[in-house]
Ligand binder design. Sequence first.
Ligand SMILES: NC(=O)c1ccc[n+]([C@@H]2O[C@H](COP(=O)([O-])OP(=O)(O)OC[C@H]3O[C@@H](n4cnc5c(N)ncnc54)[C@H](O)[C@@H]3O)[C@@H](O)[C@H]2O)c1
Ligand SMILES: [Zn+2]
Length: 376
Amino acid sequence: MDCPLKDNLKTFTVSTPALPEGGYPVVIGSGFLGRLRAALKEQFAGRMGFVITDRSLVQAGHLDRFLGGSQMGVYVIDPPGEVSKTMETLTSILEAMESCFLGRDTLVIALGGGTVGDIAGFAAAVFKRGVPVVHIPTTTISQADSSIGGKTGVDSTRSKNAFGVFWHPAAVYMDTETLQTLDEVQYRAGLAESIKHAAIADAGFFAWLEKNADLLLKRDPAVLEHLACQNCRIKASVVMEDPLEKNRRRVLNYGHTIGHALEALSGYSLLHGQAVAIGMIAAGRIEKEMGLVGDDRLERIEALLTKLGLATRAAGTYPPQKILELLKLDKKSVGRRPRFVLLEKLGSVLCRDGQWALEVPEEIVEKVLVRLADTV
Ligand SMILES: NC(=O)c1ccc[n+]([C@@H]2O[C@H](COP(=O)([O-])OP(=O)(O)OC[C@H]3O[C@@H](n4cnc5c(N)ncnc54)[C@H](O)[C@@H]3O)[C@@H](O)[C@H]2O)c1
Ligand SMILES: [Zn+2]
């Protein structure tokens, strides 16, 4: 599908055999949000737009910038953030869509971060048995990761992303300028997903992150665009190989096995990226305990996280037994035994017998969990 925004934007195509068009465009640039509604009107002619966003996006002026004074159905998630990523919010959105008399000609437009994108994608997948969704990601996490790949879902009272479906977007529009209004803690937390991408897939990108850490913290526009493009390239290539996460795509879960458990145990006071940062350190320590490390990758990952203002140890109380229980609920678990994505070296993941997520002896996991709050 062609992008009607004709200026200096970079476009990637994520090929997805499940889609009738065979894939979808990811468009990256800076400062085009105000022109996007008109472009979508042209691109999705005949469809009724319905925007799902949250209170912060309204307060930051992004919703008004997108709407440009035009009338469109809007649902504002309030309070914003993970606490609202629930079945209740999903139901409330679907009923709001129905009360606007929307039909199968609806276009869902997700304007916001990963929470908005995950719920809006889920809503689009189940409304009238499925309508298209366009993602307009506005956070470091959603521009690096969540807007590409088609994973949607909500949390249960016990665990992260417990319920959801795969529903690929019809298009993704990343305006990196929207990141300028993101809160500093959220901004830095989201950079953990970029470090993850570099660690699993591209040592050169990792070195670039190390070199450009100061400019990243200053939110330099050119650096932000380059960052979005590199993340998009890596995420898209993994997703295209394994769209339904049968195996290879699991590499994207590096740092997430323990990260998700910490996030849930903290009652979501720990942000996703903050939890992933600690989860990557835990995975690195598991690699060390298993005798898999012959380089300084753990030290480099730790140094980069620290430079970008991310904690590498768990400050709260996370009882190892509780984490172990949650690990059994992890989607990669087989027979209630958790599996971990581990690095072979910086830029590539260890694969054994064709498997990208590996079983680790419980005593090693426990040993690492006990030391989660330690510095070394
Ligand atoms: N589907 C996937 O593949 C995938 C991948 C990674 C993460 N995720 C999910 O994404 C979520 C985390 O993503 P997130 O951090 O983007 O979450 P989020 O949507 O909760 O955004 C974080 C906070 O920033 C605010 N915000 C968003 N954009 C803003 C802007 N431009 N200016 C000011 N404030 C803004 C939001 O209102 C919210 O309070 C988690 O639920 C995680 O599970 C999904
Ligand atoms: Zn993540």
